[in-house]
Write a protein that binds this ligand. Structure first.
Ligand code: NOJ
Length: 580
C-alpha cells in the first residue's frame, strides 16, 4: 500500500519505486541457454530464482531487439521483435510471465535517439531525397566549398562519441547523415512529429504486452539546438565539441512531456521510467523528475562517474573522495524536495566499481560491501548491475585483440594513429573500457564460469574460480549476502527509503559519512575509503558508537578497531541506527 508521507503534498502517494531496487541485466553476458556463447532470454529465465532470492524488485534488460549488434544491441533494426540471438517473442513473453510470477517487474531499454542504419525507417530515408521518410533522420548537404566526402566537408565539426566525425557521407544522395554514436547508429529527427508518434506507438505496444516501463537511452539528446552549428575546437583537437549543441536542446522537456501524455498517462499499471542523460545538471534533473511536470520518474546522471577523469574518459586520474561527496551530496540536496535520484556505481558502460573506487585485491570483499553500503544508504532508487552483487572485478585484458567494444577499439586505433603511445592507450582501456563490465556473469567455478557451454563471445574473467555466484550464495560473509541485506533494509526500514539526507565531513579525504532521518529514526553511515585504519570524526561519535549497529561489513571474527569515538578498519562501513 502506498503511504501518504510527502509533507509538501506535491505527491499525494509515495510512488512504489521509492522502495524498489533495480537489477540491470546485460543479456549478452548474463546466461547462455543455447550454447552459442552469447547470453539469451532462456538463459535469463533460468536465473530468475537467483534474482528473486537476491530480493530485487525490477529487472532492466539492455536491448534484446533485432540488431546488427554493432553496439551490442544499442543499434536497433526493428523495435517490435526480438533478435534471434536472444530468442523469440514467445520466449520474451515467457520471461515476462516468469518475472511477474515472482513479484518482480521488467523494464525494457528504449533506444530512440537513433536506430540502426539497417532499420527499415533508415533504409527508406536513405533511398532518395524525396523519400517520405527523408526527414525522419538528419540529412545535410556537404559544407560549402569543400569536396563532398573529404574530411572537413562534414556539415558540422562535431566529434562522435565513438571517435571520428558525427557525419557519414552517403554517395547515393550526396548528403551526410548525423550519427552521434557509430556510423551504424543514425540519429532520428525528433523535430518531425511522425517520428515521435511512431516511437510512442511502439512504446504503447510493449506496455500493452505487459512490460513495466523503460530505461531511455541518451534521451536528453533527442532535442538538438537548431540550426546545427559548429562546436568550439580545443587546441590540438581535430574536432569541435558539439555536446551543448546536440544534448539538452530547447524542446527536450516538451518531447518528454508529450511522450508521457501519449504513452504513460492514464495507465493504471505501476510503471517506471528512467532517462539516461549524460551531462544533465541537478537543476535540470529536478525539472525532469518533478512529478507535477510528468516527464520521467528519475534520471541517470554522470557527474560522479567522471570524477576520476580529466579531459575525457581516457584521461584516467585518481578519485579524490571529497569530490565524490561534494557531487553526490549536491544531488541529494538538489532532489530532496522535488524529484528523485537514481543511485548507481555500475552499468554496462562503466568499469567495475570494486576495481575503480575500492580494492579488488586483498580487501575485495570488504571494499565491495563498503561501496554497496554507501550507495544503498543514500536516498534514491539503487541500481545493481549484474555481477556487482558478487563483487566482480575489471578484467585482465592483455592486448587490444582482447577488446570487443567498438568505443574501446575505435579509440585505440584513432589515438594510436594520432601518435599516442599504444602502451598508454591500452593502460587507459584496461581501467575504463566498457568491456570490463561486459565479461560474462560468473555463475560458478567451472569452465566459462557456467555462463555458456560454448565459447563465450568475450572471455570470462579467470578469477571466476574464486569469484562466482554459487560460492557467494553459500557464504554468509559474501558480498552477495551483504547486498541481500541492503536490499532488504530498503524494503523494511522506512528511514532508508524515505529519510532525508545530510552529508557529514565534506573535507575529510578518507571517510564518507552521512545522516539519514525519518520521523523518530536516525541513521549514521560511516565508511572508510582507504586501506588504513582511520577515525571518523563525526559529531557525537562516542554516543553513536554505543547505538545499534544496523549493518557492518567486517568478516565474521574480524577485529573492529577500538575507540574512543569511531575508528574504522580498512574499507570498513558501519550503519548505526537510533531512535530520537
Ligand atoms: C548509452 C548506452 O548505455 C551505451 O551502451 C550506448 O553505446 C550508447 N548510449 C548509444 O546507444
Amino acid at each position: 500500500m502506498p503511504e501518504n508521507t510527502n509533507s509538501t503534498e506535491r505527491v499525494a502517494l509515495t510512488p512504489w519505486w521509492r522502495t524498489a531496487v533495480v537489477y540491470q541485466v546485460y543479456p549478452r553476458s548474463f546466461a547462455d541457454a543455447d550454447g552459442d556463447g552469447i547470453g539469451d532470454l532462456r538463459g535469463i529465465a533460468s536465473r530468475l530464482d537467483y534474482l528473486q532470492d537476491l530480493g530485487v524488485d525490477v529487472l532492466w534488460l539492455s536491448p534484446v531487439y533485432p540488431s546488427p549488434q554493432d553496439d551490442n544491441g544499442y543499434d536497433i533494426s526493428d523495435y517490435q521483435d526480438i533478435d534471434p540471438t536472444f530468442g523469440t517473442l514467445a520466449e520474451f513473453d515467457a520471461l515476462l510471465e516468469g518475472v511477474h510470477e515472482r513479484g518482480m517487474k521488467l523494464v525494457m531499454d528504449l533506444v530512440v535517439n537513433h536506430t540502426s542504419d539497417e532499420h527499415a525507417w533508415f533504409a527508406e530515408s536513405r533511398s532518395s531525397k524525396d523519400s517520405p521518410k527523408r526527414d525522419w533522420y538528419w540529412w545535410r548537404p556537404p559544407r560549402e566549398g569543400r569536396t563532398p566526402g573529404e574530411p572537413g566537408a562534414e556539415p558540422t565539426n562535431w566529434k562522435s562519441f565513438f571517435s571520428g566525425p558525427t557525419w557519414e557521407y552517403d554517395e547515393e544522395t550526396e548528403e551526410y547523415y548525423l550519427h552521434l554514436f557509430s556510423r551504424k547508429q543514425p540519429d532520428l529527427n525528433w523535430e518531425n512529429p511522425e517520428v515521435r508518434h511512431a516511437v510512442y506507438a511502439m512504446m504503447r505496444w510493449w506496455l500493452d504486452r505487459g512490460v513495466d516501463g523503460f530505461r531511455m537511452d541518451v534521451i536528453n539528446m533527442i532535442s538538438k539546438t537548431l540550426p546545427l552549428t559548429d562546436g568550439t575546437v580545443q587546441d590540438g583537437e581535430r574536432y569541435g565539441e558539439g555536446f551543448n549543441l546536440f544534448a539538452g536542446g530547447p524542446r527536450i522537456h516538451e518531447f518528454l512531456a508529450e511522450m508521457h501524455a501519449e504513452v504513460f498517462a492514464g495507465r493504471s499499471a505501476e510503471l517506471l521510467t528512467v532517462g539516461e542523460m549524460p551531462g544533465v545538471t541537478v537543476e535540470e534533473a529536478r525539472l525532469f523528475t518533478d512529478p507535477e511536470r510528468a516527464e520521467v520518474d528519475m534520471v541517470f546522471q554522470f557527474e560522479h562517474v567522471a570524477l576520476d577523469q580529466g579531459a575525457g574518459k581516457w584521461d584516467v586520474r585518481g578519485l579524490d573522495l571529497r569530490d565524490l561527496k561534494a557531487s553526490l551530496g549536491r544531488w541529494q540536496e538538489g532532489l530532496a524536495e522535488i524529484g528523485w535520484n537514481s543511485l548507481y556505481w555500475n552499468n554496462h558502460d562503466q568499469p567495475r566499481i570494486v576495481s575503480r573506487f575500492g580494492d579488488d585485491g586483498e580487501h575485495r570483499v570488504r571494499s565491495a560491501k563498503m561501496l554497496g553500503t554507501v550507495l544503498h544508504m543514500h536516498r534514491g532508487t539503487p541500481y545493481v548491475y549484474q555481477g556487482e552483487e558478487i563483487g566482480m572485478t575489471n578484467a585482465p585484458f592483455a592486448g587490444i585483440e582482447d577488446f570487443e567494444d567498438l568505443e574501446s577499439v575505435n579509440h585505440y586505433h584513432h589515438a594510436v594513429d594520432a601518435g599516442e603511445d599504444p602502451g598508454s592507450v591500452l593502460a587507459a582501456l584496461r581501467t575504463m573500457s566498457r568491456d570490463n563490465a561486459r565479461t560474462p556473469m560468473q555463475w560458478d567455478d567451472s569452465a566459462h564460469a557456467g555462463f555458456t557451454a560454448g565459447t563465450p563471445w568475450l572471455a570470462v574473467n579467470p578469477n571466476h574460480r574464486e569469484i562466482n555466484a554459487a560460492r557467494a550464495v553459500a557464504d554468509p560473509d559474501s558480498v552477495h549476502a551483504h547486498y541481500r541485506r541492503l536490499i532488504d533494509l530498503r524494503h523494511t526500514v522506512p528511514v532508508v527509503a524515505h529519510g532525508d539526507f545530510e552529508m557529514l565531513l565534506p573535507d575529510d579525504p578518507h571517510v564518507y559519512a552521512f545522516l539519514r532521518r525519518h520521523e523518530s529514526e536516525e541513521l549514521l553511515v560511516v565508511a572508510n575509503f582507504t586501506g588504513d585504519e582511520v577515525g571518523a570524526e563525526v559529531k557525537d561519535a562516542d554516543q553513536w558508537s554505543g547505538e545499534e549497529l544496523l549493518l557492518g561489513n567486517l568478516e565474521q571474527g574480524a577485529r573492529r578497531p577500538d575507540g574512543p569515538g569511531i575508528v574504522l578498519a580498512p574499507w570498513e562501513a558501519r550503519v548505526y541506527r537510533r531512535v530520537v
